[in-house]
Design a protein around this ligand. Structure first.
Ligand code: MHF
Ligand SMILES: O=c1ccn([C@H]2C[C@H](O)[C@@H](COP(=O)(O)O)O2)c(=O)[nH]1
Length: 267
């Protein structure tokens, strides 16, 4: 049986040993710098079980990134509200994740589709050590509603399995991180399917890992719960490309979480 408590162990460590640190939002945090978790995607899908996650928001947000979108209209059409606080009156967020993934503006005027390129490289040059995607476009960060938190990821192929490591510079452990782990694990499974590989490990690496001061009660409740086994992800068909997946293609089976826990988000 695989351990399914990596996230809770991480949360407990930061809750017990984090340093008091003020932050941009004025909320205040308990924070540790530098942490890593590893999830073997062969052994289950790392959806946090100690609270119920809104998987609909996670799937739609990932499909929205893959569209190369910078407006929350797609999310709204699908009743996902997680980006509302950061959008302007037209629903725009500036050149955020999706834009950099799909059409990074190069100095010579080209627009680079990093997702298509990295998939092509995984298929044709799997030993490459350059299988990277970056959302941190230094020249555009100040035009974004929020500079990317999950900012850089790298793929790795060995023995027919595709692994992915994410670097996340800033990590809201209670609200953001469960979404981020699930989202990149899902992306890894999708890209593996497209490339005829099995999913390997998802490695999560965090920079400023923090628990907001107004999440302490929620964290105590969550840490009092025993983690349960992870669910399994079923992808019901193999679409023609990474851009053709639909919400209905995904199903999590045997997801048996504890009840949801509400918390305010720091804006
Ligand atoms: N402070 C902060 N934390 C974040 O995690 C975060 C940001 N800001 N800004 C940008 C995005 C938006 N993300 C969000 C935003 C909201 C939820 C949230 O409210 N989650 C609730 C309800 C989910 C839902 O209704 O879909 C949860 O209980 O998980 C999660 C991630 C992640 N990011
Ligand atoms: O995917 C995400 C997006 C955002 N966050 C969190 C991390 C921080 O708490 C805030 C961003 O504030 P900064 O001052 O820009 O660091 O949002 C996350 O955990 N995951």
């Amino acid at each position: 049986m695989m351990k399914s408590n990596q996230y809770e162990t991480f949360m407990k460590d930061v809750y017990e040993h984090g340093l008091s640190k003020s932050d941009r939002t004025g909320t205040g945090t308990r924070s540790l710098f530098g942490y890593q978790m590893r999830f073997n995607l062969q052994e289950g899908f790392p959806l946090v079980t100690t609270k119920k996650l809104h998987t609909r928001s996670i799937i739609h947000e990932l499909l929205w990134f893959l569209r190369g979108d910078s407006n929350i209209k797609y999310l709204h059409d699908n009743k996902v509200t997680i980006w509302d606080e950061w959008a302007d009156e037209n629903g725009d967020l500036g050149p955020v994740y999706g834009v950099q993934w799909r059409s990074w503006p190069a100095a010579d005027g080209r627009h680079i589709d990093q997702i298509s390129n990295v998939i092509e490289q995984i298929k044709t040059n799997p030993d490459s050590r350059r299988l990277v995607v970056s959302a941190w476009n230094v020249g555009e960060v100040d035009k974004m509603a929020l500079p990317p938190c999950h900012m850089f990821f790298q793929f790795y192929v060995a023995e027919g399995r595709l692994s992915c490591q994410l670097y996340q510079r800033s990590c809201d452990i209670f609200l953001g991180v469960p979404f981020n782990i699930a989202s990149y694990s899902l992306l890894t499974c999708m890209i593996a399917q497209q490339c005829g590989l099995e999913p390997g490990d998802f490695v999560w690496t965090g920079g400023d890992c923090h628990i907001y001061n107004n999440h302490f009660e929620q964290v105590e409740l969550q840490l009092s719960r025993e983690p349960r086994p992870y669910p399994k992800l079923i992808i019901k068909r193999k679409p023609d490309s990474i851009f053709d997946y639909k919400f209905e293609d995904f199903e999590f089976i045997d997801y048996d979480p504890w009840p949801a826990i509400k918390a305010p988000i720091a804006v």
